[in-house]
Design a protein around this ligand. Structure first.
Ligand SMILES: Cc1cc2nc3c(=O)[nH]c(=O)nc-3n(C[C@H](O)[C@H](O)[C@H](O)COP(=O)(O)OP(=O)(O)OC[C@H]3O[C@@H](n4cnc5c(N)ncnc54)[C@H](O)[C@@H]3O)c2cc1C
Length: 384
């Protein structure tokens, strides 16, 4: 591992979109930044890989050459109900497809180019605040080290070792409808229209399919963990017995060619509300709260939170605000931008979590198509 500075302006835990965006912006603003990521780039993560257009300009500002990447633009949504009813509608803002394998690695390379001290295969074990933050971490070789930073951001995603260690309140919330899902993702060769995202509902879950780079498709679904558990973790059986209840999914699963290295899976997905600042650490991305994936804009929210946090931190480090004000301003802006969107996402999740309601919902859209656009818009933001 290359030599660490004795102290950084900012330490960021987690190299997903929120952490990388925040790190790049702070470094561009002249702050010293250390970023910890427990994996090594590039790597696959569970994600539907459809990014709302909200993020297009912001990603270009971070240095991702989107204009020259020939990425698929997605402007249509096909929504299907568990029994197969289908409804197709234009997407008000639309989006584009790119794998996390490619996007995260590009941003990680940009972060390094700008001079972010990026430590891969390095897992943070604890963050303690005593005026500054002391971050303890385990290195690639297994050694334990510490570093200090004036500000710390938690960009560690949906659920991490530190959430458990800090006993964060969202872990003990009781609403079963928002907890304990598993996510499963494939890259595929498929016969599916390049400009359409499919959102196929099935009993206790839903599955997205859309195109990414190089003519590949990403198929990603989320389902209640009990459905997989009751089939002894047998994914193929789950797909045969549960997902294939939707005729559109049955056809897709039967006719698509899975690419090597898939599926990738995650468990313990939880959509309960979270705290925004804890132990003086600013929570960004999914660590601050996760919008339900059927809204298709968790990545944009993660990037946007990284932007907001970097602005507030930059002001604090420049001596324009004190720590309390930085924390309060961050939480206030986060709530203003995202709280209502996440609430509406949870509300939609309840509908799509039930087979009957989900059939009724798609049926209602089919009969009253003008309802679709405001519902989709209500979970999305604007360019940032
Ligand atoms: C099934 C599913 C489908 C989805 N589909 C879409 C979609 O199509 N479009 C969309 O916009 N959003 C989608 N999302 C949401 C989107 O994936 C997330 O909102 C987004 O990835 C959040 O980014 P993040 O940076 O907060 O976290 P992540 O991308 O999860 O990054 C967190 C990082 O922190 C690292 N980390 C964790 N703990 C530590 C530690 N202790 N030390 C060091 N590193 C650590 C992890 O390894 C990870 O790399 C989906 C989510 C799910 C579950």
């Amino acid at each position: 591992m290359d030599i660490l500075q004795p102290k950084y302006d900012v330490a960021i835990v987690g190299g997903g979109l929120a952490g990388l965006a925040c790190a790049i912006r702070l470094r561009k603003g002249g702050n010293s930044v250390v970023l910890f990521e427990k994996e090594a780039f590039p790597f696959h993560r569970v994600c539907g890989e459809y990014i709302s257009m909200e993020s297009w300009d912001f990603l270009k500002q971070l240095g991702v050459p989107l204009d020259s990447m020939n990425l698929p633009k997605i402007d249509t949504l096909q929504l299907t109900a568990p029994k197969g009813t289908s409804f197709t509608t234009p997407l008000p803002l639309g989006g584009f497809g790119i794998s996390r394998y490619t996007l995260d690695a590009l941003l990680a390379a940009k972060a390094k180019e700008w001079g972010v001290h990026l430590l891969e295969e390095t897992k943070v074990e604890e963050v303690v605040f005593n005026g500054d933050h002391t971050v303890s971490f385990t290195t690639k070789g297994g050694g334990r080290q510490e570093v200090n930073a004036m500000v710390c951001c938690a960009a560690w995603g949906k659920r991490s070792n530190l959430d458990v260690k800090w006993n964060r309140s969202f872990l003990s919330r009781q609403d079963k409808r928002l907890q304990n899902f598993v996510g499963i993702k494939y890259h595929l060769k498929a016969d599916w229209p390049a400009s359409t995202i499919g959102l196929h509902n099935f009993k206790d879950g839903y599955c997205g399919i859309s195109r990414i780079e190089e003519g590949k498709y990403c198929l990603c679904y989320m389902v209640k963990a009990d459905e997989l558990k009751s089939r002894q973790g047998d994914i193929k059986r789950l797909e045969r017995e549960v997902l294939s209840g939707n005729p559109h999914l049955k056809k897709l699963l039967a006719e698509s060619g899975v690419l090597e290295g898939f599926p990738v899976t995650i468990s313990q997905i939880n959509f309960s509300p979270k705290t925004l600042v804890e132990n003086h650490v600013l929570m960004i991305g999914d660590a601050a709260g996760m919008i339900t994936p059927l809204c298709g804009n968790g990545m944009s929210i993660a990037l946007h939170t990284g932007k907001i946090a970097s602005d507030k931190i930059h002001h604090f480090l420049a001596g324009k605000t004190d720590r309390d004000t930085m924390e309060r301003d961050y939480a206030r802006e986060w709530k203003g931008q995202f709280a209502a969107r996440l609430r509406r996402g949870r509300w939609l999740q309840w509908f799509f979590g039930s087979t009957g309601l989900s059939n009724a919902f798609v049926g209602a859209f089919k009969r009253f198509p003008f309802l679709a656009s405001p519902v989709i818009r209500s979970t999305h933001g604007n360019l940032f």
